[in-house]
Each structure stands twice: as C-alpha cells, then as structure tokens.
Design a protein around this ligand. Structure first.
Ligand code: G3D
Ligand code: MG
Length: 176
C-alpha cells in the first residue's frame, strides 16, 4: 500500500475577536501579526501535515470580518470535514456562544470532529474562564479534544491543529 494524499476542509468558527485569524497565521506562517488587513469573504490556507504515513492537505478556511452573514455562513460551513471552535478565555460571551456555533456547524456540515480551543492564555490576569470549565464544555459539546492556546506566543497552537488533523483522518477512515 502506497502513501495516500488526503484533502480535508477545516473551518475556523467562533465569535469575532477570539483570535481565529491569529491562530491561523501562527500555525501556517509561524508568525503573529497585529496589522494584517482583513479582507472580504474567505481566506483559504493550506497546511501539509503527515499523519500515519499519509500526507494530509489541510485546507483551512477563515472568514473575514467580525460576523458572518447567514448566506455566507452556509457556503463557509458546507462540506467541512472538521472545525476548530474558538473562544476567548477573557470573554464570557464568546464561551457561552460556542454551543450556537456548534449548532451551525452541525446544520451545514453534519457530525464532524471538532476541537474546542480557549485562546489568549497569555492574558492570565484577565482570565474569566477556567481551564476546568473549558474541559467540561468540551465534553458537554462532544469535542474530540480541548486546548488552551495563545496565538500571541504560539502556545499549543500547532498541537491543536495537529490533533484536529489526526482525529479527522481517523474519523474519515473509520467511515469508509
Ligand atoms: P478573529 O479572527 O477571531 O476575529 P483576530 O480574531 O485573530 O482578528 O484577533 C482579534 C484580536 O485579538 C486582535 O487584536 C489580535 O491581535 C488579538 N489576539 C488574537 N489572539 C490573541 C492571543 O492569543 N493573545 C492576545 N493577547 N491577543 C490575541 P487587535 O488589537 O488587532 O484587534
Ligand atoms: Mg478573523
């Protein structure tokens, strides 16, 4: 059996301002930018990750702007194989909204693996959501993993994307 090439569509979801774009920039380009220009529509980045001898091409979709229009949201979420569901540990509302984002994902993409991510852990003095609450939420929502990250200093960012990729490959291999 030769090596297989697998293409997966991953979407970044969660409220505006939680750090989705920053996490993507950190993972794909290995840098943190504070002055990138948000564009209209989507950005799609490609990340190649090797999982069990298979070359996985992760196409990571990121939506521009603070909120997503309903019409756009459908085409954004449809056909997703997996998702990174992000909240900000310094912002309660973003944590409470994770359930709504998951509902949207399920509506358009079905039951796909996702990882819950609590971002901005460099801001410890502003933390409002404990790691324990995050863990609990991840279980309650049915996430395949949970990480606390910092897009600012890179903490656990690659781990989150890599776990998402390997869990997704497992998931889709178990379905065929
Ligand atoms: P979004 O794509 O989810 O809307 P962004 O979020 O990636 O645009 O980030 C929103 C703001 O949070 C940005 O600040 C960004 O620099 C900041 N941010 C993202 N991740 C982190 C993090 O891990 N730690 C800290 N301290 N800040 C973060 P501005 O000021 O540019 O709006
Ligand atoms: Mg963004």
């Amino acid at each position: 059996m030769g090596k297989k090439k697998i293409f997966l569509k991953a979407v970044l979801i969660g409220d505006g301002g939680v750090g989705k774009t920053s996490l993507l920039i950190r993972h794909v380009d290995k840098k943190f930018s504070t002055d990138y220009k948000p564009t209209l529509g989507f950005d799609i980045s490609l990340k190649t990750i090797t999982v069990q001898e298979n070359q996985v091409e992760l196409l990571i979709w990121d939506v521009a702007g603070q909120s997503i229009f309903k019409e756009i949201r459908q085409s954004y979420l449809e056909g997703s194989h997996c998702a990174l569901l992000v909240y900000d540990i310094t912002n309660h509302e973003t944590f409470d909204n994770t359930g709504l984002w998951l509902k949207e994902l399920k509506k358009y993409a079905g039951e796909v693996p996702f990882i819950l991510v609590g971002n901005k852990i460099d801001l410890q003095d502003k933390r409002l959501i404990s790691a324990e609450s995050g863990e609990e939420k991840a279980k309650e929502l049915g996430a395949v993993g949970f990480f606390e990250t910092s897009a600012k200093n890179g903490d656990k960012v690659d781990d989150a994307f890599e776990l998402l990729t390997s869990k997704s490959v497992q998931f889709f291999q178990s379905q065929t």
